[in-house]
Design a protein around this ligand. Structure first.
Ligand SMILES: [Zn+2]
Length: 332
């Protein structure tokens, strides 16, 4: 346990929330499942249904849930929010959002926004991070196979290096990821067809009818700081326009894939002059942003801590940062 997580446990939640001066809690999840699927098993923690329901019950005790339109009205039009508002969102558009999360939220009457990666919708393409997780999972089962190890060594990979080598592959190494899949005999299209990891359009339509909201999360999930500004704008604009045309939604929001570190003022100026979105979202916890319509959320799947403990640690961190005036992300 990190020192700050440990220290924060000695203080009541409401006290930490108060001294952090945080008005809005914005937890971010990807999926919830009692059986973590292979395409996320090596990426991050996945909360079980029971854990997720406990976390929601905790949030409902301490916060008042709001929907995307409330948040847009607050940021753009200065409309008031409830005192301790809760805005819940889910990134990447996994199928569990429909199968598992949606019924739980409907039962509890909690609104939520789902940020969709448009190339993955309808199971058209498996994200490169998910491919990496499937590679690792398959290798665990095949690592004793002499023929496969021989093939891997022919491209310079020792059996002990496999996991590390896969981790080192980035967005622009997709050919290498596919090459490894071929060696391991993995057919990603077959995996997509069989496992259906992502939402399909019919499910999204139903969720919209039920009152949930959606936003864009890029076309194929690159790390934005590693691509050119033209590509940043292109990925943002195309994914937003795709959803607008496909689902006839009247609002525009965008959540940066992974994080928004290194995304410069020039991007936000360009996005604003083209009116690409009303508000956007990062994953930098409780940091404030000097771009007023770029909001940071708290990722709930980085540690196995409970929601209460995660937020207590974030509130304490925010309090410390406020004292040394380091709580604002300055865009260059
Ligand atoms: Zn994502």
């Amino acid at each position: 346990m990190q020192a700050r997580t440990l220290i924060s446990q000695f203080f009541p939640y409401r006290l930490l929330r108060k001294i952090s001066r945080s008005r809005l809690a914005m937890p971010l999840y990807h999926l919830v499942s009692n059986q973590t699927p292979p395409h996320v098993r090596h990426l991050h923690i996945v909360k079980s249904e029971h854990e997720f329901i406990s976390e929601l019950d905790f949030f409902l005790k301490e916060h008042s849930p709001i929907g995307l339109q409330d948040l847009i009205d607050y940021i753009i039009n200065g409309r008031q929010l409830p005192e301790h508002a809760l805005f819940l969102s889910f990134d990447d558009g996994y199928r569990e959002c429909f199968d598992i999360i949606r019924p739980i939220l409907l039962k509890k009457g909690i609104p939520a926004t789902f940020f969709l990666t448009t190339d993955f919708l309808d199971n058209k393409k498996l994200g490169y991070k998910c491919k990496q997780s499937v590679l690792k999972e398959s290798y665990l089962m095949l690592s004793g196979d002499k023929e496969i190890n021989l093939l891997l060594s022919s491209i310079g990979l020792n059996s002990g290096d496999f996991s590390k080598a896969v981790d080192a592959l980035e967005y622009h190494h997709q050919d290498k990821i596919d090459e490894l899949a071929e060696i391991l005999g993995i057919d990603f299209n077959g995996y997509l067809a069989q496992s259906k990891p992502y939402l399909d359009s019919t499910q999204v339509e139903q969720m919209l009818e039920e009152g949930f909201t959606i936003g864009a999360h890029s076309e194929d999930h690159p790390v934005f700081e590693n691509i050119s500004i033209n590509e940043q704008i292109r990925q943002t604009e195309n994914s937003i326009k795709f959803l607008e045309e496909r689902f006839k939604i009247k609002y525009r929001t965008f959540a940066f894939p992974f994080y928004d570190n290194g995304v410069g003022r020039k991007f936000f100026d360009e996005a604003s002059s083209r009116h690409l979105f009303d508000i956007s979202f990062g994953t930098a916890g409780l940091m404030d942003d000097d771009i007023p319509n770029n909001l940071q959320r708290v990722w709930m799947e980085a540690t196995s801590q409970t929601a209460k403990n995660i937020f207590k640690e974030k509130y304490l961190t925010k309090f410390v940062k406020l004292q040394i005036h380091k709580n604002i992300i300055h865009r260059l």
